[in-house]
Design a protein around this ligand. Sequence first.
Ligand code: ZN
Length: 285
Amino acid sequence: MRNLTPYNKDCFAVHEKAVSKKHKGILKDNLVKLHPQIRQTYNSFEKLFLANQLYLLKPDELLVESEPDLKTLYKYQSSVIKVLREDIRNLQVKTIISTCQNCTIDSASTLDHILPKAKFPEFIVNPKNLFPCCSTCNSYKLDSFSTDSNQKFLNLYLDELPDESYLFVDVFLDKDEEFNFKYYLDNTENKINADLFLIIENHYEKLHLFDRLRLKSIEHISEFENRITLFRKRLTMAEIVFDFMNAVEEDRKAYGFNHWKSALELALLDSKLFNDRIEKRIKKV
Ligand SMILES: [Zn+2]
């Protein structure tokens, strides 16, 4: 996973734009009347966003009655959200933007409301509250949102990911002699700030990433095995590992330091089980 660059234009202007697109009538009038109040909540949001303390924000009790009106502002396919999605997309590195960075597994086909729209309808179209996300992560996030600072998810606009290894994989064979995997997090050398590591742990656990990555890895293994077998026909395993380490460095730059694929492939190359499997295949050829 990689950090994303947050929206860099006026956020409240997006809210105003969404209201302006409404047809003339009571709903629009009500929403326009709320502008001064919403502008204030946006200012509070902005301050806490800059300090990376969004979880301190409390739902605005005065806006509870307006929740149904505010909720009409967000539609994934509406023109305002389409433009916004494109604006957010244009700020990011092209190699990663189509993939949900919360998991790096599925495609980013939704926008996650970092502060959920049920509790914070006033930020329903606030660009800094919207994060490109897959539908699986989006629904897991909704289930376990908490303002408790010990229960946080990574906010990849704000929580800077460390260039230190924290994601590791154990490789083993299941009862059918097929490769299987156990992902885990580790900060034994304490190179990663303890508070940040706690958030990373919460994030992986609540988005069920260990098991989702395990399933993704089972999908990936035969392609990797075929690739390494092919290399092994003309190179020694030591030569393959040497070349591969350079490739991992490049992958880490492109997809993030702890991308599951790099962690998995390093673990496989280091695994006696995998090395034995490749040697067996080479002898068969
Ligand atoms: Zn995801």
